[in-house]
Design a protein around this ligand. Structure first.
Ligand code: ZN
Length: 440
């Protein structure tokens, strides 16, 4: 299969080169322009790029999110720590090599060329941060994720909170009322496993209607504690994932479909396996055997995983499915489902409050305690959830923008396509080297 694909590309290349020559002969000019970077040239940059990502991983335990390339590259990286200044100079040399290559005219190769450039720029930024360089929140997100989140004043969130207050009458602040209301919709611990497995099966069935998945793909589901995140997909290569769900805090019923789609189908598990199938196995592009967490690829990963929930459950389908299948399984009162999701939709519009709290906190304008209070006041997080969020920001910093801004960027890209070809547009994101800049 890999061989076939590469042959096909060379044929197309040769043909377009001939056409270019024919066109220039017609106009009486000779054509000496290069056809752009070749697959071989990009391959020769992909290998040192992967090794550099592994080298950064020695200094930053969160950096390498997944690796399934040649095991000897990892062994070599593990046995030899490359100093940060040396990593920085190797990254600069690789970037210079990439810059010296003309962008390929082939769409996919062109995306590959700019992918390597952008990912390397993010790597250099992360290395400079590990060396002590201080960036503002927006500078950091631009350099690491190729995007800057919009800012919203308190009044923006207050308007949404006022609407929620009308829907949730009673004593106390809206934050307290919201928290009290939600206690009725916690999945009982004894039902967690079966509710999650059912939701995952449903998300998978809905994804399979639009995206063929390779044989042998599967994941393991584990429940864990003491983490700063609520769920995590660890991609292990060969179409296998380990999905972990954090049970530190109460898990509300909406998390079942959210996490099943986000971590599994058509989210992270599918994104990773499609990249492995289409780019690594079929084309031999080694750069995709490693996934550096603090890089623009994460905006695509988180954005497509979050938007994937709506792809799998468009319109009212989610409430309809949950009321019929999931709520009874969790022992919850299905007649409340429709109202619950109306309230959830409003609550979801507060998600950018997390970016504001993180921006102010990381820019040094407020301390951790004030950031937690801000999250409770304007993001309606419970105090315990706000503490978890701050712990997340301490660990992952401006990564927070990947969830909501990423979702909005993916949504805009997909919804530009006519309704009947939205799955095609969505799949194009999951199977190509597209980065945030390529979706704008
Ligand atoms: Zn995620």
């Amino acid at each position: 299969m890999a061989y076939h694909y590469r042959m096909h590309h060379r044929t197309v290349f040769a043909l377009s080169a001939l056409l270019a020559i024919a066109a220039s002969c017609k106009s009486g000019e000779s054509d000496s322009r290069p056809a752009g970077a070749s697959t071989a040239q990009l391959d020769s940059i992909a290998e040192p790029y992967v090794k550099l990502v592994l080298a950064v991983g020695k200094h930053d335990a969160d950096y390498v999110d997944a690796y399934y390339g040649p095991p000897e590259w990892r062994t070599a990286a593990d046995s030899d720590t490359v100093a940060l200044p040396e990593i920085a100079s190797r990254a600069a040399a690789l970037s210079a090599r990439l810059d010296s290559l003309t962008a390929p005219s082939d769409t996919l190769l062109g995306l590959r060329h700019s992918y390597l450039k952008t990912q390397l720029r993010a790597l250099a930024t992360r290395v400079s941060m590990l060396q002590g360089k201080k960036l503002t929140f927006d500078e950091e997100s631009q350099a690491l994720y190729d995007a800057v989140a919009p800012t919203h004043p308190e009044s923006y969130f207050q308007n949404i909170i006022d609407s929620l207050g009308v829907m949730l009458p009673g004593a106390g602040t809206v934050s307290e009322r919201f928290e009290r209301y939600r206690t009725q919709f916690v999945i009982p611990a004894a039902k967690l496993d079966t509710v999650f497995r059912t939701a995952i099966a449903e998300c998978k069935a809905r994804t399979l209607k639009h995206i063929p998945l390779p044989e042998g793909e599967e994941f393991k589901l584990e429940f864990v504690t003491d983490k700063s995140w609520s769920g995590y997909n660890w991609y292990q290569g060969n179409y296998k994932s380990l999905i972990q769900v954090n049970t530190d805090l109460p898990i509300y019923i909406d998390r079942a479909v959210d996490l099943a789609c986000h971590e599994g189908y058509p989210g992270h598990h599918v994104y990773n396996l499609l990249l492995e199938k289409n780019l690594v196995k079929d084309r031999g592009w080694k750069e995709y055997t490693v996934y550096p967490l603090f890089s623009p690829q994460s905006l695509i990963a988180e954005g497509s995983a979050n938007y994937g929930i709506e792809m799998a459950f468009p319109g009212d389908e989610r409430v309809e499915y949950e009321r019929r299948a999931l709520w009874p399984l969790a022992g919850l009162d299905s007649t409340q489902a429709e109202r619950y999701y109306r309230i959830q939709a409003l609550f979801g519009r507060l998600s950018y409050a997390g970016n504001e709290a993180a921006r102010r906190y990381l820019n040094g304008e407020i301390d951790a305690a004030a950031a937690a209070t801000w999250l409770t006041t304007y993001g309606l997080s419970s105090p315990a959830r706000a503490q978890q969020r701050i712990r997340f920001v301490d660990q992952y910093r401006s990564y927070v923008i990947n969830y909501n801004l990423g979702k909005d960027i993916v949504r805009t890209y997909v919804e530009r396509a006519p309704a009947e070809s939205r799955w095609q547009a969505f799949t194009a994101i999951l199977t190509s080297p597209r980065l945030p800049g390529d979706l704008k």
